[in-house]
Design a protein around this ligand. Structure first.
Ligand SMILES: C[S@@+](CC[C@H](N)C(=O)[O-])C[C@H]1O[C@@H](n2cnc3c(N)ncnc32)[C@H](O)[C@@H]1O
Length: 291
C-alpha cells in the first residue's frame, strides 16, 4: 500500500526518535516495502493506524517497535569486511594494545577490551576474535604470558533478530563463503546436514553480545581500549553522530582507538579524535590531553 507524504513524515520522525536513523525523502519505498507485513499482522488498514500503534505505550506497541527495528535496519555485513582494516589492525593496533596491556596489567582478571558497536549478525566481532587467536598463537615467543582469554569482545546491535544469530555463532554456507580466507576456516565446525558452519567454542568464549541502542546512554557498558563502529554512521545525522562520538570519547583512554567505516569521516564532528593513517586504513585516536 502506498504511503502519503504526510504519513511518511510521521514515520520518518518516529524512526529517527527510536533509532536515530535519518531517512531521506526518496526512502518512501522502504516503509512501503519493509513495513507492509505489520499492517497485515496487526490487521490495520492505514499507515496512520500503524503509526498510532507504534507510538502507543503498550506491550503490543513494544513488540511492534521491535519488529519495526528488525524490518527497517540494514544488516549487511560479512567476515573480514573490506579486509584492509583487519590487516592493519593485526599489524599495528594489536601489538600496541598488547604492549600497553602487559605494562599495565595488575590482576589476572584484567582484559584488553574491544567493543564492536552495531555488529549486525556478528561476522565483524567473530572476524576480530579469529584474528586475535591467530595473533596470540603466532606471537607466543614474543609475548609468552599473553593468552587469548586476555581479550574480551563485546558485540552490540539494536536489532533483536541479529543478536539471536550472533549468540548462535552459526552461519549459512553463503555467509561462510563471503570473506573468510582459507586459513581461518579451521575455526568453524561444518554441520553438513543443517548446511551451517558453527564457530568453534574456544573462539566464542571471549565474546558477549548485548542489545544496545547507540542513541541512548551507553556508558554503563564501561571502558574499552578499542571501539569499532562501522557502516552505521552513514544512517545518522550530524547531531546524532556528535552525541555518539562524545560518548565514545568518554569510554576510551587517551590514545584509544576508534575505527569507523571507510566512508565515514568525522572531521568537524568531534575535537576528541584525530585520524591516523595505518597503511591504507584510517583509524581515529582519542586525543591525549597530556601531549
Ligand atoms: C550495515 S550494518 C553494519 C554491520 C557491521 N558493523 C559491518 O560493518 O559489517 C549496520 C547495523 O547497525 C545497526 N543499527 C542501526 N541503528 C542502530 C542504533 N541506533 N544503535 C545500534 N545499532 C544500530 C543495524 O541493526 C545494523 O545491524
Amino acid at each position: 500500500m502506498q504511503i502519503t507524504q504526510a504519513d511518511f513524515d510521521l514515520f520518518k520522525q518516529l524512526i529517527h526518535d527510536l533509532i536515530g536513523i535519518a531517512l531521506s525523502d526518496d526512502k518512501k519505498y522502504l516503509i512501503e516495502g519493509r513495513l507492509a507485513h505489520l499492517l497485515k499482522k496487526y490487521e490495520l488498514s492505514t499507515w496512520k493506524e500503524l503509526y498510532t500503534l507504534l507510538r502507543a505505550n503498550s506491550t503490543q506497541s513494544q513488540v511492534a517497535k521491535e519488529e519495526l527495528i528488525v524490518a527497517i535496519t540494514t544488516n549487511e555485513t560479512s567476515f573480514f569486511r573490506d579486509i584492509h582494516p583487519f590487516k592493519n589492525i593485526e599489524k599495528y593496533v594489536f601489538p600496541e594494545l598488547v604492549q600497553n596491556f602487559l605494562e599495565r596489567r595488575k590482576s589476572p582478571r584484567d582484559k584488553i577490551k574491544i567493543w564492536c558497536a552495531a555488529c549486525s549478525t556478528g561476522q565483524e566481532p567473530y572476524s576480530l576474535a579469529i584474528l586475535l587467536k591467530d595473533f596470540v598463537e603466532r606471537n607466543k615467543f614474543k609475548y609468552p604470558t599473553l593468552q587469548y582469554e586476555d581479550f574480551s569482545i563485546l558485540g552490540t546491535d539494536i536489532s533483536s533478530g541479529v543478536l539471536q544469530k550472533c549468540n548462535s555463532g552459526q552461519f549459512s554456507e553463503i555467509e561462510f563463503g563471503r570473506g573468510l580466507e582459507e586459513k581461518y576456516k579451521k575455526n568453524f565446525v561444518h554441520m553438513p546436514d543443517e548446511k551451517i558452519w558453527k564457530i568453534d567454542d574456544k573462539i566464542k568464549s571471549i565474546l558477549t553480545f548485548k542489545m544496545v541502542n547507540l542513541i541512548n546512554s551507553v556508558q554503563h557498558l564501561g571502558s574499552f581500549d578499542f571501539i569499532l563502529c562501522r557502516n552505521v554512521f552513514i544512517y545518522f545525522n550530524e547531531t546524532t553522530k556528535k552525541q555518539i562520538l562524545e560518548q565514545f570519547a568518554k569510554m576510551l583512554p587517551p590514545k584509544g582507538y576508534l575505527l569507523l567505516g571507510s566512508s565515514e569521516g568525522i572531521a568537524r564532528l568531534s575535537d576528541q579524535f584525530v585520524p591516523e593513517r595505518f597503511d591504507t586504513t584510517i583509524i581515529y585516536r582519542k586525543i591525549n590531553p597530556a601531549e
